[in-house]
Structure formats: C-alpha cells, structure tokens
Write a protein that binds this ligand. Structure first.
Ligand code: MTE
Length: 320
C-alpha cells in the first residue's frame, strides 16, 4: 500500500442518475446477448468472450449507505491489487483480460461439510443483492460503491461450522502466469503470496460482511477482484481480499498479509479509527475520490451503530 495521492483523479459530477443510465446501457447489452437465466438475479452469461455477466432485478439491501456513488470509471481505474502491480493505475490495464471462469472456491477447516464450489454455482445458491457500501483505504481515500454480493455468514452457516471455528482465513489465487505481480523480480517480490486475510468469526458472520461478485450491476472487473472478493465496510480496504480461492475456518487467529509484511503498521483488526494515527500519516480525515476537500473520517467508517458492540471492552488502539 504505497502512498499515492488521488489528487490526479478528476473530480466528477456523476450522480445516481448517471448510474441508472449506465445500468440501462449495461442491461441493453446484456439482453441482446442473453442465453438464459443462470440464477435469480443473474441476467445473462453472454457467449461472447468479452461480454460481461449482468445482474438484473437486484434487491437493494436496507444496509446500503445513502450517499453519492463514486463513478464506475474511478472505481475501476484506481485500484490496489498487488498481484498485478503496486501502482494504482496499472491493475486496470494488466487485469483487463484476467480469466475468472472457470473458478472454484474451497471452504474447509472447522466445518462439518467442507465443500468446493464453482463460483456460478455459489451465486445460484446465494442470490446476490445490491449493497451500497463505503470502501475506506488506509492511505486516506474512500469511495462509495454499489456492490453486488451476498452475506458471507449465509455461506458459512450452511456448511455447519464446528465450535472450534473462531476465525476465518481467506486466500487469493496464486498463479504467476495470470497475475504478473506474483512473478519474482530483480528487486524481490512485492508481497508474500498468496495474499491472505482473516476475520474473527463474529465479524465474518455479521450481516454487513459480504462476498461480492459484482459492482454497478455487472460482474467484478479483474482489477476489483474478479470473480469473488470480500467486502467488510467498517474496516480498511486491505481486509477486502480479492479473487478468493480458499476460505478456511480455524481455531487460532491467522496472520494476514499486511500484518506479516509490516506488523508495526497493520494489525489484525484494521477497524477504521480516526483517533489512531497510522505510524506514517494521520487517519483523522479522508478524501472521497472525486472530491477536492477532505472530510472527517468516521469511526468504523460510519458503521459504528452496527458494529461497535463487537469490540466492547477492547483497547481501540489495538484495533488498527
Ligand atoms: N486483495 C488482494 N488479493 N491483493 C491486494 O493487493 N489490496 C487491498 C484489497 N484487496 C489487495 C486486495 C487493498 S490495500 C485495498 S484498498 C482494496 O483491495 C482495494 O479494492 P478496490 O481496488 O476494489 O478499490
């Protein structure tokens, strides 16, 4: 997570109205290419290689934020995805042709019924809805994104976790052929692969925690974590691990990638906290991508009413 200011991103006046226009445009394309309904809410899987999966008639979750959306172009062109590049602009280009089908996700560990799912089978089992969530990054920029996803808790519950399941560990695909940032370089690799993340079981089961399979009504672009990623809206963006292939329920608290890389800077909990400065910068204010002025950072990224209880009695300085 190198520091890179979003000042070079153009301010935008895109509003909800343009979002709906974009959706209409997407849906027109989808309807023309439709080959049949694969799942409720999943409009079409086009035969054309380049065409995208569109999600139709999505119910909007009541947990959604009521804020102006960050334009699709910004959400998909300013990304942290070290498997492709440490630069924020390059993943959009380098992940353009990322092949995210076929794709399987294995759920294993402290679970009664370990299982490997094809991602589209998973979408059929757990029909996604639209959830407008803020994403806040450690470097102090934020976005508001209409994700398409379903609660992770529904998946975990369906597989009967054992009483020893205290934490959940996630792993991204490790495939240097498809992810150029994972190839060894003269300067050494940027991170240790695969990228890993973890949640406490109550965080994983919280209704705000979702597995996202799309944004703006269509499948996730490669740079945003196709075909499936985590979104935990009250935590810093690095918890929202992309392109997941494995979910493991475990008894011991796992170590996540950034914690292993720089334990003095990144912890396990990574809750957005304006009162605790990152060792190299303040976290009291943030810049919404597209805005000129910064705004105050909200505790738990604005989700305190829903999640603060999960951390009662814990030292907030340890929750970074
Ligand atoms: N997941 C993987 N596998 N690799 C990464 O480098 N970066 C994280 C997170 N998930 C990252 C990842 C960080 S630091 C952020 S801020 C968010 O993805 C960014 O998500 P976005 O590109 O969709 O905005």
């Amino acid at each position: 997570m190198l520091i890179n200011k979003p000042a070079d991103l153009r301010p935008s006046e895109i509003t909800d109205r343009r979002y709906f226009e974009r959706r209409r445009e997407l849906l027109k394309g989808g309807a023309a290419a439709a080959v049949g309904l694969a799942a409720p809410g999943l409009l079409a899987l086009s035969p054309a290689a380049a065409a995208k999966i569109k999600f139709e008639q999505l119910k909007r979750s009541e947990l959604s934020a009521d804020e102006e959306l960050t334009p699709y172009e910004s959400v998909t062109s300013y990304n942290n995805f070290y498997e492709f590049s440490t630069d924020k602009k390059e993943p959009a280009e380098l992940a353009r042709n990322f092949k995210s089908r076929p794709w399987t996700i294995t759920v294993e560990g402290e679970i009664g019924q370990p299982k490997t799912f094809d991602v589209d089978e998973l979408i059929k089992l757990f029909p996604p809805e639209e959830r407008i969530y803020r994403l806040r990054c450690v470097e102090a920029w934020s976005m508001v994104i209409p994700w398409v996803g379903f609660p992770l808790g529904n998946l975990i519950r369906s597989l009967a976790p054992t009483s020893r399941a205290k934490f959940v560990e996630f792993e991204t695909l490790h495939d240097p052929e498809r992810m150029p940032g994972q190839r060894p370089s003269l300067f050494g690799g940027s991170l240790e692969w695969p990228y890993r993340e973890g949640l406490r079981i109550d965080e994983a089961m919280h209704p705000l925690t979702i597995l996202a399979v799309g944004l703006y009504g269509e499948e996730l672009p490669g740079q945003n974590g196709a075909p499936i990623r985590l979104v935990v809206p009250w935590k810093y963006g690095f918890k929202s691990i992309k392109s997941i292939v494995r979910i493991r329920l475990v008894e011991q608290q796992p170590v996540n990638t950034w914690q292993a890389q720089a334990p003095g800077e990144y912890g396990f909990f990574a809750n957005v906290n304006p009162d605790v400065a990152h060792p190299r910068w303040s976290q009291a204010r943030e810049r919404r991508v597209g805005d000129f002025f910064k705004r105050p950072t909200l505790p738990f990224n604005g989700y305190a009413d829903q999640v603060a209880d999960l951390y009662r009695g814990m030292d907030p300085r340890k929750l970074y």
